[in-house]
Design a protein around this ligand. Structure first.
Ligand code: GDP
Ligand code: ZN
Length: 463
């Protein structure tokens, strides 16, 4: 289901900066038609069918002077790139005409799009498959200024519940310790107590570690899973990228003058927000035959959470391929053997030896073969391995929470090592208590004296 968000109307030049036959100015949002109607001389665009191209002129409404002869594409929601109403003005290009039209569009109701914003909207408004998608959407949404509170509230609600359970567990242990200290005549009290402390400290520590693992996932949900596509020239990187984008024109260029390096592209692969790293480099190869050298790949790999390494299976493995395999050895990696439609020359045994069989996928980008399994694998890697926790509905996304969890874990480490070193129980329990307090700071439940109050009210045992 498409979830559409209320956004303002944005515009930008969508063709690469510089000289070209035509330039395209893209407008997206509720007011797209309203904006173009003020500037367009030709048919009544509010009456034309969706997904039509219309010939006419752009004029300056102030003096009614024509600025350029144009073709205007009218694409109405929801079947558009952003799932919003989209207008594309194909004008004659040249920096002056293009910018004049953009300026008019901006003065008549649209806002300048941020780099990547169309793509971001496409993602935000996009079709979603997985159950986690709602939280994903909310958080990504929040990043673009909507309902961060709601998203956090939902996640934190579950988090708070889990934290409170852990705190109760600690409380129970501490109460027991207290009782044993109060009744020292009780046989083996010290041994029983330290065993109890040890068992619970380990158990709680494990749960905290699990929680901490989700913080990576939470961060990814907020920022996107930084993903790079690397491989030798011509192995099929752009083709695979285009399949992931499901849209050939998905690139969003900024206005001339701003650097292309800040461009961010997001693609929503089955609920996983991929933030694509250095696609400018990949796309450039199409027109400029500029090669992405190993150095550039190295940079992309280093700043990625996930690397898609593309190899051409119709050729034998080259030294450059081997270098890239080596460079990505420590990354979370999917190896794509592309061009399976051609006679196969790659040595599968060699691949298996270098990479293993896991996370290798075969595709023919030209036949759109294997791209579905690729998407599945990406989603699987994200949701089911490594960064996935067993408590899928509890996720730590907040840096303060993360640091408090680390602190709580430290205290538990002290409990464990203290017991190992034969420290007296009444000293060790101080660390357990610190853990309890750190956890309480997450939920806001900790305050001075609370521990004693609670112990007293719950476990005074008739004294
Ligand atoms: P890049 O340089 O790695 O981005 O590679 P491209 O995606 O630009 O592809 C290079 C060439 O290989 C183009 O001519 C593509 O049409 C072609 N190509 C890409 N994928 C396949 C494939 O699976 N099979 C075949 N036969 N050709 C492909
Ligand atoms: Zn496809």
């Amino acid at each position: 289901m498409a979830t559409t968000t209320d956004f303002d109307t944005i515009a930008a030049i969508s063709t690469p900066p510089g000289e070209g036959g035509i330039s395209i100015i893209r407008i997206s949002g509720e007011d797209a038609l309203k904006v173009i109607s003020k500037l367009y001389r030709g048919k009544d665009l509010s009456k034309v069918a969706s997904h039509t191209i219309n010939y006419g002129h752009i004029m300056d409404p102030e003096n009614k002077e024509d600025i350029d002869e144009v073709m205007v594409s009218v694409m109405l929601a929801p079947k558009t790139y952003t799932c919003e109403d989209v207008i594309e003005i194909n004008c004659h290009g040249g920096i002056v005409a293009t910018n004049t039209i953009l300026q008019l569009v901006l003065s008549y109701g649209a806002r300048m799009a941020e780099p990547g914003e169309f793509t971001k909207r496409a993602f935000l408004n996009g079709r979603i498959d997985l159950s986690q998608s709602e939280a994903v959407m909310d958080i990504i949404d929040a990043k673009t200024n909507r309902s961060m509170k709601a998203a956090e509230g939902q996640l934190d609600g579950n988090l708070s519940r889990l934290i409170r359970t852990l705190r109760q567990q600690i409380l129970d242990v501490l109460a027991n310790v207290e009782v044993n200290i109060d009744y020292p005549e009780y046989d083996d009290a010290e041994v029983v107590t330290s065993n109890l402390l040890m068992k619970n400290a380990k158990d709680i520590k494990e749960k905290i570690i699990k929680l901490l693992k989700t913080s990576k996932q939470g961060q990814v949900l907020r920022d996107g899973l930084a993903t790079s596509i690397v491989g030798r020239p011509n192995v099929g990187k752009s083709s695979i990228l285009n399949h992931l984008l499901h849209q050939d024109k998905a690139i969003v260029t900024d206005v001339p003058g701003t650097t292309r390096d800040v461009l961010e592209e997001y693609v929503n692969v089955r609920g996983v927000p991929l933030k694509l790293v250095d696609t400018a480099g990949i796309r450039k190869t199409e027109d400029k035959v500029e090669k992405i050298g190993v150095d550039r790949s190295r940079k992309a790999i280093q700043s990625s959470d996930l690397v898609l390494l593309v190899l051409n299976s119709s050729e034998v493995l080259s030294d450059e391929d081997k270098k890239l395999i080596e460079l990505t050895d420590d990354s979370k990696r999917i190896v794509i053997l592309n061009k399976t439609d051609l006679p196969q020359k790659i040595n599968i045994d060699e691949i298996n030896q270098l990479i293993g069989e896991e996370n290798v996928i075969t595709t023919s980008a030209i036949k759109d073969d294997g791209t579905e399994p690729l998407e599945e694998m990406i989603a699987h890697l994200f949701f089911n391995e490594g960064i996935q926790s067993s408590q899928a509905d509890v996720m730590v996304t907040n840096a303060r929470h993360v640091s408090l969890l680390h602190k709580a874990k430290e205290s538990l480490n002290n409990v464990i090592s203290g017991l190992d070193d034969g420290m007296p129980v009444d000293l060790v329990q101080m660390d357990m208590r610190d853990c309890w307090e750190s956890l309480g700071e997450i939920t806001g439940d900790s305050y001075n004296g609370e521990l004693l109050d609670q112990l007293f009210s719950q476990f005074c045992l008739g004294k």
